[in-house]
Structure formats: structure tokens, C-alpha cells
Design a protein around this ligand. Structure first.
Ligand SMILES: Nc1ncnc2c1ncn2[C@@H]1O[C@H](COP(=O)(O)OP(=O)(O)OP(=O)(O)O)[C@@H](O)[C@H]1O
Ligand SMILES: [Mg+2]
Length: 339
């Protein structure tokens, strides 16, 4: 592998392993790939993995930000121009397609293509021929296309925002990257991978996650997906003095009923999983409410709930609620203890 490190793509959830398997298969062929997923799920990383594991690995991987291709300049950006094509064109200049020759053209954020640019791209994808601005001879591109989208292109196409013919050209092989909240098994592993990398990057001794941090990580909803987790770990790594990371900057466990525990999708929703998730949600909300009413006094909470004190303590720890600001005036030894 060239400048792509396979270890960079970390994860062990079934959904992620399925993505890895597709990545490996798609790297072995040359067909167009469409990668869809929410922001920060790893679309560009997967695109690079496909490129750098495939036969084109020694040629360039060129990202194109489709949202930044203006109608008036798109040909110039993609196809380049001949000398004298316009007043300022003193020299001929190759465009992004020429730069990617032999390698991969990564069309990022295709959902943001304007209608005019969609047409330009469609024409190019029909025969991979293009003509630099200013009348130079037609050229043949030898590039692989990988496209990425934050939005569901089929839905955009149904609403007439995306051309069906362009969608057909892009959607030969597809990878749907699941959001992080549906890959709970990956969260702690990714956090640890990032901590390890940060220690190396900053040449500092390794740091580890506190037990309560692990629970909170898996219960948080991750709207910004892996990028949000990566940024959080970076912040926490720099802010923590000792060798333990507590996640002080992760939004505190919510007030009761905020429903922050990740919802699994309704499809592929096994009864056992749904039940476990409902129980977890109930337990956390209940403990939340109980601690709030008793100002964090575990003995009182145990009496009210009819549960053993030690069992209650375990639940508090399980849901990472020790650090909540419940404990105010209860006696020190009966308080919920933080780390
Ligand atoms: N499985 C993973 N293992 C390790 N790092 C990951 C993984 N997935 C994503 N990342 C990291 O998370 C960050 C976001 O990934 P990436 O830029 O590929 O996401 P994206 O889907 O392209 O996001 P956007 O839609 O916002 O452009 C990057 O720093 C990337 O290295
Ligand atoms: Mg991206």
C-alpha cells in the first residue's frame, strides 16, 4: 500500500466489517462507486481505501469538491484550458481530470452539483472524452470515478433535484456507510485508536478511558459521527493532565427523557435488540430521575426504589451518571461518587 495505512480504517461492528469487505471487493475492480452516508462517517477515507488498495494506487487520487464547482468555471476546472483560451490564459493548464490521469477522480458532495454542472459531468461520463476550454483536441481520460454524497441521491432524484441519468452513471457499485450511532461496537474502539494515535502524535505517554466514559460514549448520539468523536478525543487528550480521560467536554447525560440513547433503524431491528435498548433507556431515565429527586443520595435512592444500594451503584456507573451535578447537600459518604 502506498500512502494509505490500512489501520486507519478502524471498527469491529458487523455493519463496519461489511463495509470493509465491500471496500476490498470494489478495490479489485475498476467500476464506478457511489458512497453514501451522513457527514463524518468516513466516506473519503473509504474512497481512499478503495483507490490505494487497487491497481491505480501508484497514480493520483484527486478529490473534487462538487459543491464548489461554479457553473461558469466548471469546464475550466475539470477540463483545463488551452493557451490563449481567454485573456488571462497565457499558458495551457490541465484541469482536475488531467491531474487524475491513470488514477481516481473522487467526486465529493455530488448532492451539491448544480443542474448545469450535472449536465457537464454526465456528458463526460458518457464516453470519458473531454475538450479543454479553447478548442484543443478532444482527450481521452483514463480515470476511475468514486462519488460521495451526504444525502440520499435516490430521494433527491425523486424530488427532481438530481438527474436520473447521472444517478445511473454514478450508482454502479454502492456503499452505504452507517452512522456511528448504529455502530455502537465501534465507538470505544475508535476512541482508543484515536487516543493511541494522539499519544504518538504528541509524543506523550498513553492515556486510557475511564470506565464511565466508555458507557457515555456508547450512549451519545454522535450527530457528527466519527469526525465528532475524533475531535472530542483530541480535545480531551489535550485537556486531561493525568493518564485517565473522563470526557468532561462530552455533553452531560441529558435531563430525563431526552432520549439520547441511539435508536437503531426500524429495518433490521431484532426484537431482542429493541428490548435491550428499551430497557437501557428506561433504566437510565429512571436512575436519572431518582438521583435528581434525591440529590444524588444513594442510600435514600435505594430506599425509595426498593433496590439494593450496591445494585443501584452499579447502574449509576453503567450509565456514567456519577459526574452529574445531583449531589449537593447529601452527606459525603452517601453521595454518588465521581471518578
Ligand atoms: N473507520 C474509521 N477509522 C478511523 N478513522 C475514521 C474512520 N472513519 C472516519 N474516520 C475519520 O473521521 C474523519 C471523518 O472522515 P471522512 O472525512 O472520511 O468523512 P466524510 O464521510 O467524508 O465526511 P463529510 O461528509 O463531512 O465530508 C476523518 O478524520 C477520518 O480519518
Ligand atoms: Mg468528506
Amino acid at each position: 500500500m502506498d500512502d494509505f495505512d490500512a489501520f486507519k480504517l478502524a471498527g469491529k461492528s458487523a455493519a463496519f466489517l461489511a463495509v470493509l469487505e465491500l471496500t476490498r471487493r470494489f478495490a479489485a475492480c475498476d467500476a464506478t462507486v457511489l458512497i453514501q452516508g451522513e457527514t463524518g462517517t468516513g466516506k473519503e477515507l473509504v474512497a481512499r481505501a478503495i483507490h490505494y488498495q487497487g491497481e491505480r494506487r501508484t497514480y493520483p487520487f484527486i478529490p473534487v469538491n462538487c459543491g464548489a464547482l461554479p457553473d461558469t468555471l466548471v469546464e475550466n476546472e475539470l477540463f483545463g484550458h488551452a493557451r490563449g483560451a481567454f485573456t488571462d490564459a497565457r499558458e495551457a493548464r490541465g484541469g482536475l481530470i488531467a491531474e487524475a490521469q491513470g488514477g481516481t477522480l473522487f467526486l465529493d458532495e455530488v448532492e451539491a452539483l448544480t443542474p448545469k454542472v450535472q449536465v457537464t459531468l454526465l456528458r463526460f461520463l458518457q464516453d470519458f472524452e473531454y475538450r479543454p476550454v479553447g478548442g484543443a483536441p478532444v482527450r481521452n481520460a483514463n480515470v476511475r470515478i468514486i462519488a460521495a454524497s451526504n444525502a440520499n441521491l435516490h430521494a433527491l432524484q425523486r424530488d427532481q433535484h438530481f438527474r436520473q441519468d447521472l444517478l445511473f452513471r454514478l450508482n454502479v457499485l454502492t456503499i452505504d456507510l452507517p452512522p456511528l450511532r448504529e455502530r455502537q461496537n465501534d465507538v470505544v474502539l475508535l476512541a482508543e485508536v484515536f487516543l493511541k494515535r494522539l499519544a504518538e502524535q504528541y509524543r506523550k505517554p498513553p492515556k486510557r478511558l475511564h470506565d464511565s466514559a466508555q458507557t457515555r460514549l456508547t450512549h451519545y448520539g454522535w450527530p457528527g459521527n466519527v469526525r465528532e468523536l475524533e475531535n472530542l478525543m483530541h480535545r480531551e487528550f489535550l485537556m486531561s493532565d493525568g493518564e485517565v480521560v473522563y470526557l468532561r467536554s462530552l455533553p452531560a447525560p441529558p435531563a430525563c427523557n431526552a432520549g439520547e440513547i441511539a435508536e437503531a433503524p426500524m429495518t433490521a431491528y431484532r426484537f431482542q435488540d429493541a428490548k435491550a435498548s428499551a430497557i437501557a433507556r428506561f433504566e437510565r431515565d429512571y436512575i436519572c430521575e431518582l438521583l435528581s429527586r434525591t440529590h444524588g443520595n444513594i442510600s435514600q435512592a435505594a430506599r425509595i426504589s426498593g433496590k439494593e444500594r450496591s445494585r443501584l451503584g452499579k447502574l449509576v456507573k453503567k450509565y456514567g451518571l456519577e459526574r452529574m451535578a445531583y449531589a449537593r447537600d447529601a452527606e459525603a459518604d452517601t453521595r454518588v461518587r465521581g471518578p
